[in-house]
Design a protein around this ligand. Sequence first.
Ligand SMILES: Cc1ncc(COP(=O)(O)O)c(C=O)c1O
Length: 360
Amino acid sequence: MEPYWNTFWGNPSSSQNRSGIKAAALVSLAREQLASTLKIPAESVIFTSGATEANNLALIGYARALADIKGKRGHVITLTTEHHSVLDPLRQLKLEGFRVSELNPGKDGLIDIRAVNEAFEDDTFLLSIMLANNEIGVIQPIQELSNLCHSKGAILHSDIVQAYGHMRLDLYSLGIDFATISAHKMYGPKGIGALIMKSKLPIMPLQWGGGQEKGLRPGSLPVPLIAGFAKAAQLAIGDLDMREQRLMFLRDKLLEGLRNKLPELIVNGSMKRRLAHNLNITIPGIKGNRLHRLLRLRVLCSSGSACANGMPSHVLLSLGRTLDEASSSLRLSLGRNTSEEDINRAILLISKTVSEIKYI
Ligand SMILES: Cc1ncc(COP(=O)(O)O)c(C=O)c1O
């Protein structure tokens, strides 16, 4: 990223000068590099400021465009465990006259295909279901969902932010029509993401201006962030298999160690269909605010999503956890730099903190 902050600072939309041409060439290369990691054509990549914007653009932009063509507002299906950047735009669509069904997944966080099938209505035009959940890491049966969706004449949007760079993906063979990605979930910079869209799908922009990104996301492109995004994607795909194998081993060791010390703990979400680096547990019977206040100084973890402003996790509540259980939950994410020593320390510190709280 560094040369594009300091030396080659041209605007890729300024095609009349050399520095603009150089910046445009870098953006074009980055677009191709990103596309090749997902096995899609480069023209499918629409850069945005992140996943929140890409989710808004896909859901609102597609729904409004289709309503314009058909002259009526139809029905959308999603899950209660989606990220707020999917749930909130869909709630906005509700205010505009669309109908939205939010389905509850099973206790393991996975949606039953039959429940989705039953939720389809004559005018269901869109299904939005994330590939991997950001809090509990469960991996939804996306291919089956896309088959179902297409057989009903609807399309599938999937927020794949948490899966991209963490599992092997072939977007089009999964049958995803709109996908959302973000750089900072794969060690890239914050402030850059993309909407991946199949050509020929109708979509309306949510803002207007200089016509960049096919007019869907006008505004000067942040070249250094785009360079960082493409590099992060290449690095993440490059060490994906080894990294995830190592992290699954460490994650399982973490769970085993915690279970030995805290046999009462509950695992949130399926362990079978789950991202390798994610663990989410509830420690019943203790006050969540105490747990998190003490742990804050010892282990970097949270009870839910960073986008939930400290509120009890809507994902855990959807799985049937009580408010108290949701707040005494720990979302533990392992990463490229996590070592075996970190895991041993985390087991020790978490179990020590829980016993301190029990005996206070
Ligand atoms: C599943 C999911 N979707 C969307 C987002 C929002 O991403 P961004 O920060 O790029 O807007 C996040 C990140 O918190 C996420 O985990």
